[in-house]
Design a binder for this molecule. Structure first.
Ligand code: SF4
Length: 167
């Protein structure tokens, strides 16, 4: 299956209840040959509005921090565990995660990234696949708000940039 076909499935998906309150499905975006995939938990209000991942304040902070360490946003694939916004931005329920994970699994199989960056502990459900390096960082929204976490986040992104140079 192509990424476009997968996106079409996501736009029309009703496998769990989350589509009901959403304006747009947010499959994710990035190049087919991305070496790095970033995975967050779920789209927020800005993402629901635009249909694009990580475009709100936390997304802008993430994009800026990546750029500071030489990683261009347009070179990475960014997505989430679930592809529709949840009511009041609550954490997705386990059955919603289970229903949506086949899409993320398919995205990983199509893109075949070398490194998957888990954005916060909430991305822990990301499928583990052989031959891929997994790299957990602080969620950008927490890094944006708390000074001590921001510093740690920068160190993690610096480490990611170093690993990318070796790949
Ligand atoms: S969150 Fe995932 S499983 Fe649920 S309706 Fe959206 S695309 Fe389908």
């Amino acid at each position: 299956m192509s990424l476009d076909e997968l996106n079409m499935q996501i736009y029309g998906c009703k496998r769990c209840r989350l589509w009901q309150g959403a304006k747009h499905g947010v499959p994710g975006e990035g190049p087919l040959n991305a070496k790095v995939m970033l995975v967050g938990q779920n789209p927020g209000a800005d993402e629901d509005e635009t249909g694009r991942p990580f475009v709100g304040r936390a997304g802008k902070f993430l994009t800026k921090t990546l750029a500071e360490y030489g990683i261009k946003r347009e070179d990475v694939f960014i997505t989430n565990i679930v592809k529709h916004v949840s009511p009041e931005n609550r954490k997705p329920f386990a059955d919603e995660v289970a229903a949506c994970l086949p899409y993320l699994r398919a995205q990983i199989s199509i893109i075949k990234p070398k490194i998957i960056v888990l954005l916060g502990a909430s991305a822990k459900d990301t499928p583990r696949m052989e031959g891929i390096e997994y790299f957990e960082v602080i969620h950008p929204s927490a890094a944006m708000r708390f000074t001590n976490m921001r510093e740690k986040f920068r160190q993690q992104i610096a480490q990611l940039a170093k690993q990318l140079q070796q790949n």
